[in-house]
Design a binder for this molecule. Structure first.
Ligand code: PHE
Length: 512
């Protein structure tokens, strides 16, 4: 009730913040027992590693990042014309997109609550809206007992689901089935609400849902006497339930996925690039694969090899290991067997995406879909339309974004076969142009990507000793990453985890 009042502006809306983070600063060093300029080696230039170096740098810590890949960002990776990548199966791809076209192979949408937006503000990374829910996008179910293989507009499906559910609840209410729960006044108010919620008829028509303009039009309304022709009739109640379409709308209510969402202008890698610039490029060593991490009586030593396998050993006061846990488990260390066991406990999941570049924006011109996502119940999972470059000549559709078995299946294919399969599936939704207008493509299977090896981590439990252990330092070594957060698979998780490690190190240093 209180939150409903809040929504109406009648009660204060709670202002949730991601902890009370205070960046370390030089002025924090107030006595000479406290040593500024301590050296911190950070493993991994993904979002967590970059954020850690950036934040520690604010107080003058001497940070260096060891990054195995030749770029920063980790999974926050934007593919453009000329981008190349060779996967763990030695399959190389080079993107041949038109100038200006890009593909966010990893994170692509930022919720309003995430500190990711605060970093974008602080670093001057420009934002634009990301369309995550689009009433004009489609839902494609091919495995349901009813309405299979028919792409339905999101708005049409929603109108029918809300309509029929409202009809049923109105009938039950009016017939007295809910008299245990509702007073006579409640019932009248609920019926008023349901008429609005489902766009259903009144008592005289027994609360029937018979379709409405919410479904959309087969002929658009227009000038003069053009009233428009409402799309209809709706499928039967039984078919709508059997179609499974109703399961799609919880997505709009998901805390992280609800509109409005945002994306950096020009590609998600604007954020890691801005962090890297702020840190300074000389502090980031590329092609550095860490092989050994050893706590010493004071400090910690790190050995890494360059692409020619030549080793270098460096010492530091602290290490922040911001690489995937199962990769850290393979690094030789003296942090204890229980650390290795804990690092192996979260399981890296498979995830994949394919970018399909088209020579025209048929989804806009032919289907009036401007951004958004079409969910499917097949191995594509979702098809995404670009939230930028509207009305342009070309554009990139994400032909699949999937996880689990579907990602394993596609990941095992060559890129050409992934494209073929994705296009065959997509033609079922969008017709032949999905094949004929294709210009080029690029795919990523994160679980087959060197130095990443997973879409994101899944913990069997985040309340057990393993999560506990890795959330505290092992001697001089701290761990960070989205995998150590309760927002796994979001940059917010990586950023807040980095802040946590930074705060703990700084507090320890200040304690002298
Ligand atoms: N953040 C990713 C995404 O939005 C992965 C994810 C999906 C995380 C759904 C949580 C829920 O696609």
């Amino acid at each position: 009730m209180y939150s409903a009042m809040g929504a109406l502006g009648l009660a204060p809306v709670p202002r949730a913040v991601a902890g009370d983070y205070r960046p370390p600063k030089r002025a924090d060093f107030t006595n000479n027992r406290q040593q500024a300029g301590k050296k911190v080696l950070i493993l991994g230039a993904g979002i967590a590693g970059l954020a850690a170096a950036y934040e520690l740098g604010k107080a003058g810590y001497d940070c260096r990042i060891l990054e195995a890949k030749n770029r920063v960002g980790g999974r926050s990776w934007t593919v453009r014309n000329g981008t190349t990548e060779t996967d763990l199966d030695y399959r190389a791809q080079t993107a041949t997109f038109a100038e200006g076209d890009y593909f966010n192979a990893g994170p692509a949408r930022i919720p309003q609550s995430h500190v990711t937006l605060d970093y974008c503000r602080e670093l001057g990374v420009k934002l634009e809206t990301f369309v995550n829910q689009n009433a004009n996008a489609l839902i494609y179910h091919e495995n349901s007992p009813a309405l299979a293989n028919q792409a339905v507009r999101w708005r049409t499906a929603k109108a029918d689901v809300y309509g029929y559910v409202s009809e049923l609840l109105a009938k039950a209410t009016d017939q007295g089935a809910l008299n245990q729960s509702l007073t006579a006044t409640d019932k009248e108010r609920l019926l008023e609400f349901l008429k609005d919620f489902g766009d259903i008829k009144g008592r005289a028509d027994n609360w029937a849902y018979t379709g409405s303009s919410r479904r959309g039009y087969s002929v658009e309304p227009g000038a003069g006497f053009q009233t428009g022709t409402v799309l209809g009739p709706p499928p039967s109640l039984s078919d709508v339930i059997a179609s499974g379409l109703g399961h799609r709308f919880s997505f709009e209510l998901d805390y992280q996925q609800a509109t409005a969402m945002f994306q950096p202008v020009g590609g998600m890698d604007a954020l890691p690039k801005a962090l890297a610039t702020a840190i300074g490029s000389t502090r980031i060593v590329h092609g550095a694969r860490v092989t050994r991490v050893m706590n010493q009586t004071s400090g910690v030593s790190v050995t890494w090899v360059n692409p020619q396998n030549q080793p270098t050993t460096e010492t530091a006061d602290f290490v922040i290991a911001a690489i995937p846990p199962m990769l850290m488990a393979r690094v030789e260390h003296n942090l204890g067997a229980n650390v290795t066991t804990a690092l192996r406990y979260p399981q890296a999941g498979a995830a994949g995406k394919i970018a399909l570049e088209y020579r025209n924006r048929w989804w806009e011109t032919d289907q009036r879909i401007y951004g958004g996502v079409t969910p499917t119940d097949n191995d594509l999972f979702t098809v995404w339309y670009p939230s930028h470059g509207y009305q342009g000549n070309r554009g990139i559709v994400v032909g699949y974004y999937h996880a689990g078995n579907a990602a394993v299946t596609y990941g095992a294919l060559t890129h050409a076969d992934r494209e073929r399969r994705a296009v065959t599936q997509g033609v079922k939704i969008h017709g032949d142009k999905y094949r004929t207008e294709l210009a080029s493509s690029f795919s990523v299977a994160w679980h087959r990507t060197p130095f990443i090896e997973g879409g994101w981590a899944a913990w069997p439990s985040q309340t057990g000793p393993e999560y506990q252990l890795l959330n505290q330092p092992a001697g001089q070594v701290y761990f960070a990453g989205d995998w150590l957060s309760h927002t796994i698979a979001w940059q917010h998780g990586a950023l807040t985890s980095a802040r946590k490690a930074v705060t703990e190190i700084h507090t320890r240093v200040l304690a002298g």
